[in-house]
Design a binder for this molecule. Sequence first.
Ligand code: ADP
Ligand code: ZN
Ligand code: ZN
Length: 737
Amino acid sequence: MELFADIILDISHSSLDKTFQYRIPKELEERLEPGNVVEVPFGAGDVLRKGYVLGISETPKVPAEKLKEIRGIVTDFAGTESRLTALALWMRDYYGSTTVQALRTVLPMRKKAAPRAKRTLARTVFGPEAQEILERFQKKHQKARARLWEALLVQPRLPYEAAVGGLGITPSVIRALEERKLLTCETDLVYRKPFEAPEKRQEKPVVLTREQKAAVEGILEEDAPGAYLIHGVTGSGKTEVYLELIARTVEKGRQAILLIPEISLTYQNVIRFYGRFGERVSVLHSRLSQGERYDQFQRARSGEIDVMIGPRSALFTPFPNLGMIIIDEEHEPSYESESVPRYHARTTALKRGELEGAKVVLGSATPSMEAYYGAMEGRYRLFRLLNRPGGGRLPGVEIVDLKEELRQGNRSVLSRLLYDKLERCLQEGKQAMLFLNRRGYAGFVSCRSCGHVIRCPHCDVSLSLHRGGRLFCHYCGYSEPAPRSCPQCGSSFIGSFRAGTQQIEKLVGEAFPGARILRMDADTTRGKAGHQEILKAFGEHQADILIGTQMIVKGHDFPLVTLVGVLAADLSLHVSDYRAAERTFQLLTQAAGRAGRGKDPGEVVIQTYDPEHYAVVCGARQDYEAFYRQEMAYRKLSGYPPAGGLLALHCSALDEEKLQKAVLYLGKFARKAAGPRGGTVLGPADEALSKLNDYYRKVLYLKHEDAKTLIRMKNLIEQYISINEGFQGIQIQFEHR
Ligand code: ADP
Ligand code: ZN
Ligand code: ZN
């Protein structure tokens, strides 16, 4: 019996989603599998081109003698690529994309890049003298030098990229230390030296607490794939658990991937892994070029490393024998891709785990509803870390009712309580963070007298105010005129809350003329390192107050920060998104976690018009369970995930009229496809951003209690689009919400 392969030609060139069939020569029959890269003759001149094997079958689509034969296998990675290809095909089907788009996401491009030299900084001074050098730098306030030296004390050999990337050290600082003969910069083209063991032990492994041990042993108990959730408050030692899990995975000859949000890819985090695994670890981050990424993947493939740390895309590291995938802070929105296929790293990791026979471990202080629901349903085994082995108390949290402030005649952005605390904090020479939890487009309308928020009567999310004074629902398209007075209490103090960080900076500056203020938002962090620079300056006490968006609540610990103020919890609470309460709870919990990292106890003030809202109350108390119960009740009642499936169809086009017509057709078709047995189609509605780069944008939502039905509907819609000319020029993306 002759075998045939479906082949897609080189994904880095072709945009065509077309497969070609080729004959498999006898000598390759045993070896060839999906995922292999092969060389095939193509076109009239039989030019040799590379292609991916997608599938193997016994039936030719045309008479077999007309088919050309595969010339040879280019890569052959013992099944790794084959499993990754299978993952890509699953992503294509689940998230909706072309085969090429999916393959490009999963398999890194083979760009021919000149082999880059690997540089390592090696400390040349040891013993007490090394310690003195640190003190000298500190005394002279040479902060960058001190930072680099401190790292070299922990780890005498340091990858150059780790110093420049994670530590934010400039090449001139490195040169200065090199000139003073404190370190050497080694260039290594051939092979990287194994990590020098002796001083590595300086990082003595901690003795795990009972809780930590229970998690490690529980996860490793069975030698079988499985999914696990670690719910542990910040500082409860999750990272130590990851370290141990990875070490034990590597001991068994398997490899591990640790996903962390890009924003937490700081040196402090990464050095713990370097300290434990030395050169067997590699880090991916967005500053790497495509060629460098490819190199890192190549190292993984060839068995040079065992551990890959990185954001979302590190999930596709082609390890030959992947044993574990860990997703830290699994609730982070950055785990969802914004380009097609719009995959979520959590769901995709579970699929990869299944294909590889690997364990998948999720960790968070505030697990996503999906993850916790999964644990409650028994799909993930749950472990809790409730205590902080390193000590540290939770800060005291107070909620201020802004309605009450208004009643008392205070219309400033600072409540009297926050003002007083800020004043005291500054007098004591401490630092404060003021946090404006703006997220996306927050155009909701609320009453400043009674706190009433105008919501969609059909979707139970807030309506948003658009130019022209109408309110719109971004799920179903419902609209109504904006009221002039509050429908609840009649007050005329009704409108949308639109203060930005810049305005707040000005107002706070006026209230505290002597204070040094830093601002961090999308504007001030535009440069490549802007974000790290501001945090660094604040960490070095070059400012007293840091004002910013949610960026400031993540990562970094500032021991001098004793006060955190959340200026308007409502800003994230009432965006028109069914996840608004969940995000608010997460942000409040994180914000509260920023205060009191040092010796002094912290204080947190949360300002809101809705002080009784469960997201605010539970966030202030850091009571995850209570929040989960109430939020889940809402999701069940309204059929939102994880209680049901929600699939978004994002449509965009240059021609607004054509777009409008197309989405109406799409809506009609989807309603038909949903069939009589339940399922709801919401919309079409304008997207929150209704026009972007000249493209008009509209969205349809498909809601169904059974997620599998949604996939079926998606497939029907994809077919419908592909055969219908009316959809030309219209971009359609699917997204599982
Ligand atoms: P998380 O990742 O949950 O925020 P970490 O793993 O970073 O927590 O731990 C927080 C702090 O507690 C770190 O300084 C860590 O070294 C320390 N720590 C963690 N586990 C232990 C332990 N078993 N014994 C002593 N200190 C620990
Ligand atoms: Zn009112
Ligand atoms: Zn609606």
